[in-house]
Design a protein around this ligand. Structure first.
Ligand code: NAD
Length: 478
């Protein structure tokens, strides 16, 4: 258990705002209530937006000021790293090791945002190159959109919130944040730290609550200029439909493919990486390894390595250092994954490792001989499960990998560099990782999918472009 305060009101203009009703936050392993947050209403959202608009209008700060606040916050987060990692372990259920890694990643995201604050720039347009326009000069500047509505998912409450707050602050925007109702406590600690680091009142307002209440009220509020959302495609679709003529960034789901060609180096290490990164964060990461396409000539060897790797990992208490996989976000999610496993087995797939469940704990699972039309393959499994499929040519592997409604990131293990680059170009994904798993993400790189995986990019530099409007200024030199 953690020793943090257990009741968290909303934060509006630097003040705590109580709610009539609250939402219980469960400790995902103990299944006890470990904190409560306010259940926000339309009027809380309105107060948050009014506060953000006022702060945006009245705050005068340089990029240097904003970078200093982000760097100070990063220092304070580092001091409280253990406490925050424990909160993440409690509210998400991921093992402490993964939680501590997430906090470090989030701190880095804030530091990269601080570095980018002073780099935001437009460009010169050679408008005078055209005859008759010799006396004109044109350039663009980037200006903050104003008030950003940020809606976050349950699975990375620190780093994905940092991916919204870091770039928003670095580019001078005010934010109304709605954290996921299942894991809201981490965001409350973030708001506390950012305030201590000197973020002006009103530049970050946090309203907790349910998506259909607080989220819907945010979408209906015309005081919000842009939405940045990370979560499921179903909710993403609704946000796109309800946000009207406003900017939207959507970071949605995926069933990440990983192709292992017959000439891949270090087959055992590749199998261990696929299993390890398929079950990390309890398999509840958008780029978790899910589909593994293995060349038919090496399938049996790969499957044996994957079996050994999975059987070496155990599900259990996420605070126990011997545990690799904690409970999923709730029992219903674990039962859903288990039913997809059983459905695949009934249709001809075979369980290579795991497949058993106790409450919300699903053992690290490898399922072999899976086909693209099984839910375990074509839907986002979002559980500690990887599925193995076979192919006979690289073209077939690429075709199978592309046969998906999603397009976030793909991994490809291969030695032949001509085939590697040809395949990387042919894979219909926002990112292709060569000789590593689909799960690789450096927080400074452009990150975002195509198709049902979303629109727009994250990574501080790219998120700041999304969070600013490019204005052209044309001078008629007289
Ligand atoms: P979710 O879509 O259920 O919820 C995400 C957020 O949306 C929550 O804060 C929720 O309260 C809110 N919400 C729900 N209904 C809403 C509505 N009608 N209007 C406005 N807001 C609403 O997602 P989740 O279960 O928390 O997260 C898992 C999903 O997130 C997976 O699909 C995963 O792949 C995706 N994800 C994507 C990325 C990425 O970067 N691409 C990263 C992490 C997670």
């Amino acid at each position: 258990m953690t020793d943090v305060m257990t009741h968290y009101p909303h934060v509006i203009h630097g003040e705590k705002r109580e709610s009539e009703e609250t939402i219980d936050v469960m400790h995902k392993f103990d299944q006890t209530v470990f904190a409560r947050v306010g259940r926000g209403t339309e009027s809380d959202v309105d107060a948050a937006v009014v506060s953000a608009r006022q702060a945006f209008k009245e705050t005068s700060w340089s990029a240097e000021d904003r970078a200093r606040i982000l760097r100070r916050a990063a220092e304070l987060f580092l001091e409280r790293k253990d406490e925050i990692a424990r909160v993440i372990t409690a509210e998400v259920g991921k093992v402490y090791r993964d939680a501590a890694l997430e906090v470090q990643r989030g701190i880095d995201t804030l530091l990269v945002s601080a570095d980018e604050a002073g780099q935001l720039t437009g460009h010169t347009i050679p408008i005078n190159a055209k005859s008759g326009q010799e006396n004109r000069l044109a350039f663009t500047v980037r200006e903050p959109v104003g008030v950003i509505g940020a809606i976050t998912p349950f699975n990375f409450p620190f780093n994905l919130t940092a991916h919204k707050l870091g770039p928003a602050i670095a580019s001078g925007n005010a934010v109304v944040l709605k954290p996921a109702e299942k894991t809201p406590v981490t965001a409350m600690l973030m708001a506390e730290v950012l305030e201590e680091a000197g973020l002006p009142d009103g530049m970050l307002n946090v309203v907790n609550g349910y998506g259909h209440e607080v989220g819907s009220a945010m979408l209906a509020h015309d005081g919000i200029d842009m939405f940045t959302f990370t979560g499921s495609p179903d909710v993403g679709r609704r946000i796109k439909a309800d946000s009207g003529i406003r900017k939207v960034t959507l970071e949605l789901g995926s069933n990440a493919p990983n192709i292992v060609y017959k000439d891949a180096k270090g087959l055992q290490q590749v199998a261990e990486a696929c299993v390890g990164k398929g079950v990390m964060h309890n398999g509840q990461a958008c780029i978790s390894v899910q589909r593994v396409y293995v060349h038919e000539e090496i399938y049996d060897t790969f499957a044996a390595h994957a079996k050994a790797a999975a059987e070496n990992l155990k599900a259990g208490d996420p605070m126990d250092p011997k545990t690799s996989v904690g409970p999923m976000i709730d029992e219903a999610s674990a039962a859903r994954a288990e039913s997809w496993i059983q459905e695949a087995v009934a249709a001809g797939a075979e369980i290579i490792a795991g497949g058993t469940r106790e409450g919300a704990l699903l053992q690290p699972t490898v399922v072999g001989r899976v086909e693209n039309d099984m839910k375990l393959s074509c839907e986002e499994v979002f559980a500690p499960v990887i599925v193995l499929q076979t192919f006979s040519s690289i073209e077939e592997a690429v075709e199978k990998a592309n046969d998906s409604r999603y397009g976030l990131q793909a991994g490809l293990f291969i030695s032949d560099m001509d085939l590697a680059f040809r395949s990387a170009r042919a894979l219909a994904y926002g990112g292709v990782i060569l000789n590593d798993v689909s799960t690789f993400r450096a927080d400074m790189m452009p990150y975002g999918g195509i198709k049902d995986s979303g629109i727009g990019k994250e990574g501080p530099k790219y998120a700041m472009e999304e969070m600013t409007n490019e204005k052209v200024i044309v001078m008629n030199i007289q």
